[in-house]
Design a protein. Sequence first.
Lengths: 431, 129
Amino acid sequence: MNIAKSLKSLAPALMVGTLVSHSIFALEASRASYSFHGFGTLGVVSSDEDQADFVSSWILQPNGAGHTSKWHAGIDTKLGGQINAQFNEQFSAVLQVVIERQEDNAWTPAIEWANIQYRLNDNFSLRLGRSVIAAFMVSDTRLVGYANHWIRGPQELYQIVPITNIDGLDAVYTLDFGEWRNSLQITYGQTDQDLVFKGELRARDGVMLSNTLEYNYTTFRLAYLTAHIDLDSSNSNALFTAYDDLGHALASIPGLNDAATQAYALPRRYGFDNTPIEIYSAALRLEPGNWLFMAEWARVTETAALSKSDAWYATLGHRFNSMTPYVTIAEVNGETPQESGVTTNGMPTPLAITTTALNNGFNQYISQFSHAQQSITLGIRWDFINNAALKLQYQHIQLDQNSAGRLVNLQPDFQSGNRVNTFSAVIDFVF
Amino acid sequence: MLCFFVASARSDIVVVVSAASPISSLSKNQVEKIFLGKSRRFPNGSRAVPLNQSEGNLERDAFYQMVSGKSPAQIKAHWAKLIFTGRGQPPKEAASNDDVKQLLTNNGVNISYIDRTAVDDSVKIVALK
C-alpha cells in the first residue's frame, strides 16, 4: 500500500509532463517520454430473475440487474485513464486510475495499476508496485472491454478470483527460440480490498506463477496462485459471534458439552483466518486467420467457507469484416456444503428454536461461497468506428439446484435451480 | 479500373529502412513482430525502432493487412492489451510517406513502410521473404 501511495504522489508530476510533451515527437531514445491513454465502457444489463441481482463481481457489487432494477447501467460501465512514462530504455512507469461502481455503490476513482518497470535486457523485466493479478488468461485486460471480443470474461471462471490487483514485485522472463516464445512470470505481493456488506479482505504472501507459451497463432498458459486470506464482514462477524455466545451458553448446561464443542468449532471451520487458498488454471487460445478460439479451466481448493470448485469455458468467434459473432459455454461446479450446524438434541425448547434459526442462517451464509451454474452466451462485436466497438450479448444461465450461481442480493422468494436470461449491450472505447 | 484501385491500395506498400541501413531482407513474420511490439531486435541483433503511419492512412491499413492479415480494429485491440497492462507503447507515427522518409534519416527510428511510388534515394526497400 505504501508503494501505491508513494506512486500516487508522482501523479501530478507525470500529468504535467504529459501535457507539456503530449504532441512532441520524442525520438531520441534517451529522452523521457510520456503518454496518456484512456478506455471506457458504457453498458446496460437486464435480467429476468427478479428475486436476485446479476452483477459482474459477486464481492465488489452489492446489487445489479434483476431485482434492484430490471435494467442496470452500473455493471459494466467504467472509465479508465492511464499515464505512461518512459524514462529511458530501462525504466518506465505506469499509473492507471479507474472509475467504476464500488462495493458501497459510489463511483470512486481507484488506482488499478501503479508500478515502475525495470527492463534489465530483452528477456528480463521487473515491476515494483501495484499490478493486476493475471490469475487467468485475460485477467489483466479484464476492465479494457475494447481489448476483448466479449463484454466480460465468463464469470463462471473469471469470478473465481474476484479481487483485482496486488501490491508487490513481479518478474517476467521471456525466451525466444525460433518462432516460439516462452514467458515465465512470478509475482509476490499482498492486497487489502473493501467488499460488499462492509467486508474487508486481506490477502498476504500472495504468490502467482504463470508460464505462457506462444507459437504462431497458438497460446498455451499454465498458472498457479496461492495466498493467505483473511475475510471479515458484518454478516460473518455477527454469525461467528453468535456461535461463540451459544457455545458459552451450552457449556454451562449439563449434558450439552458436545453441542458447545460444535458451536465453537463452526467459526474455526468456516471463518477465513489467514486461510491458505490455492488456484490452478490452464488456458489455450487459437487465432488462425479470422477465427478465435479460447478455452480455460481452473480449480480452487476448499478454503474456509469457499467450496472446492472447478470451472471452465470455451468460446468461439469469427470475424467478418467489422462484425465478430461469438458463442461461449461455461460452467462452475462448486458444491454447496450441507452443514448440520449445532445439534439441538436435549436442548430446552426456546434454545433449540434459537439454535435452529442460527443454523439456517449459517447455511444461507456459507451457500454464498459456493457457486454452481452453467451458461451459454451468444454475442456479437461490431467495430463500428475506429476506436469503439458495440457489443450485444445474450446469456442463458442454468443455476444449480443448491446454488444461486454468480447471482447476489438474494430475496426471500429466490429459488435456486432457476433459469435466468440476461441481455447486455455495451460500447467499449479507447482514446 | 476497379482492379487497378484495389491493387494500388493493397499491394504497393513496401517496407523501408534508411539508405545506409545494413538491413536488406526480413520475413513478414519478423516485420509483424517488430511493429506489434513482440520483438525489439532485427535478426542481426541490432535494435529495431519501427515508425508507423498515422491512423486512417491507407498505407497503414494496407501494411498491416500485408504483414499480419489483421484489420485496423484488431491492431488497435492488440495495442490496447499492451498499453493498459503497461507492457508496451505503440510505434511513433508519421503523417505521410514524405514524413516517413525524413524521419528514417534522423536515426531515432529505423524501419517503416511507404507507398512504392514514394521510394527515392533516401530509403532502401526491404525484401520480404
